[in-house]
Design a protein around this ligand. Sequence first.
Ligand SMILES: Nc1nc2c(ncn2[C@@H]2O[C@H](COP(=O)(O)OP(=O)(O)O)[C@@H](O)[C@H]2O)c(=O)[nH]1
Ligand SMILES: [Mg+2]
Length: 224
Amino acid sequence: MHSTHTIGVVIPCYNEEDGVRGVIGRMPQVVDEVVVVDNNCTDRTAEVAAALGARVVAEKTPGYGAAYKAGLRAVRSDLVVTLDGDGTYPPEEIPRLVDILLEQRLDFLSASRFPLVDVRAMDLSNRIGNRVLTVAAALLFSRSIRDSQSGMWVFRRSVLERLRLTSDGMAFSEEIKLEALLRGLRFGEAHIPYGARIGEVKLQKWRDGWNNLWFLVRKRFERT
Ligand SMILES: Nc1nc2c(ncn2[C@@H]2O[C@H](COP(=O)(O)OP(=O)(O)O)[C@@H](O)[C@H]2O)c(=O)[nH]1
Ligand SMILES: [Mg+2]
């Protein structure tokens, strides 16, 4: 709870039993609600999350976007925060990011990982891929986003009904930011430290990278 606003965190998980334990353990006091999406996990993610007090929502459709759509339907708090179940995004920064959202009267705040505080947190090919996608988004949509692929956002839950969110895959991350910008929401970015991952990487960089680029092109020319 921050002043009069309740805060809910949504964490999409595909086999993140070790990561999610750490992430929930790092949640600051201001957080009222933690929703963990169990995206067909075959490990103990759901049990671990429930034992630590999270509400676990099961989503059978595989993919990062599908997991988020289920989590965003389930969360009830006034302000929604998202992050990965792998320990890379800092839960400790939630109070500061919420302050920025409220003080600057924003609707949607995206946490930017760049410039990287710890270069070991992201390998070179991922850094290049991120750059390519960010430049492509800027050229196609004439909007500049410093970190188009960031998975940590803070927004008012009430804005969700204004966003058209379609992607079931990794493109969900760029989609939600572009939707926020294109629908005229008050959008901002704030820098956060990004750390190395706990557990196995789920991103399939070539496949997901191409899909995300293709998604941007399609979205650009589908626009009405
Ligand atoms: N890639 C992927 N991630 C998923 C899926 N379902 C849930 N997730 C979660 O989404 C988050 C992002 O995945 P991650 O491997 O950390 O990708 P990265 O942060 O872009 O390198 C993690 O918490 C995953 O466990 C899925 O089907 N695919
Ligand atoms: Mg991650």
